[in-house]
Each structure stands twice: as structure tokens, then as C-alpha cells.
Design a protein around this ligand. Structure first.
Ligand code: HEC
Length: 141
């Protein structure tokens, strides 16, 4: 009896774990697919199709350490960004307008796309995380 239970848990735990892993991966793949369209419509003009940006004007979103901070990423889309930033060792000082007209899902999707394309690899962002940031009182920096 005991042995049988152990036998099944040896088989089933890894099966369940890999199921969770694969379904998360599938969520990410699907979100990225939608995010690619959001990117093409709302971001690509400035950050370019390959995420390289335009030197001296718009910073790259490919392989930038900026993407490490999920909350900050969400904040940049919701609140825009101005002032000098150094991205991958180069200075930029221009204006990215707030894009809070994108809904929570669109923002999560576009972030999943840029955070997992062009060599980037960061954890999945959910619409709930975007909602939480949106509902925070505006920052003044
Ligand atoms: C009008 C051009 C423009 C558009 C459109 C735009 N951005 Fe930006 N983005 C910028 C600029 C300029 C900066 C840097 C602002 C500064 O100088 O502080 C920036 C900064 C960023 C950063 C932080 C720095 C970095 O390079 O990692 C991220 C992430 C980002 N943008 C993502 C996006 C996403 C996603 C979209 C689409 C939803 C988008 N941007 C749309 C111009 C743009």
C-alpha cells in the first residue's frame, strides 16, 4: 500500500510539475504573440523592430538591464519617462509619453514580448501586476 503510493508520487509529482511549467510557458508564448502586435503599433516607431532603438534618440529595449525591474517597466509604460538615462553605457535624454491608454493586458503582453525577445529573458508579467501599479498614487520623480 505504502509502496504503491510512493511509486505513484514519484511518477506524478514530476508530471504535475512539468505540466505547470509547460502551461506557464504556453501562457508566455501566447502573451508574447499578442505583445508583438502591441509593440508594432505603439513602440516600434521609436525602439525599432529589432529593439535596438535609435542611437542618441531612443534607447534600445534589447538586452538592457532596465528590464530587470518589473515594477519600473510597468511604471515606464504607464507614466512615460523623461530626463537623462544611461542605457547600455550610452546617454539618452528624450521623452517617452505615458501610454496609460493601453489596458492592463496590453501592457503585460508588450512587456512579455520585449522582456523575452532579442536575447532578453525575464519572468512573466501579469495584467494583475499592471493593475496594481496603475492603482498606486502617481510618483513625483
Ligand atoms: C515617441 C517614442 C517612443 C515610443 C512610442 C515608446 N518609447 Fe520607450 N522610450 C523612449 C525614450 C526617448 C526613452 C528614454 C526616455 C528618457 O530619456 O528618459 C524610452 C524608454 C523606455 C524604456 C526604459 C529604458 C530602456 O531602454 O530599457 C523602456 C523599457 C521602454 N521605453 C519601452 C517602451 C515600450 C514597451 C513602448 C510601447 C508600449 C515604448 N517604449 C514606446 C521613446 C519611446
Amino acid at each position: 500500500m505504502m509502496r504503491k503510493a510512493t511509486f505513484f508520487s514519484i511518477l506524478l509529482i514530476p508530471a504535475a510539475a512539468s505540466f505547470i511549467f509547460f502551461s506557464q510557458d504556453k501562457n508566455l508564448q501566447e502573451s508574447m504573440k499578442r505583445g508583438k502586435e502591441v509593440y508594432a503599433l505603439h513602440c516600434q516607431n521609436c525602439h525599432m523592430e529589432n529593439g535596438q532603438g535609435m542611437e542618441g534618440v531612443n534607447p534600445p529595449v534589447a538586452k538592457t538591464t532596465y528590464l530587470k525591474d518589473t515594477k519600473k517597466n510597468i511604471g515606464i509604460i504607464l507614466n512615460g519617462q523623461t530626463g537623462e538615462v544611461v542605457v547600455n553605457g550610452k546617454k539618452y535624454n528624450a521623452i517617452m509619453n505615458p501610454m496609460n491608454y493601453l489596458d492592463d493586458k496590453e501592457i503585460a503582453d508588450v512587456l512579455n514580448y520585449i522582456r523575452n525577445s532579442w536575447g532578453n529573458k525575464y519572468p512573466i508579467v501579469t495584467p494583475a501586476q499592471v493593475k496594481a501599479e496603475r492603482e498606486k498614487p502617481a510618483k513625483t520623480n
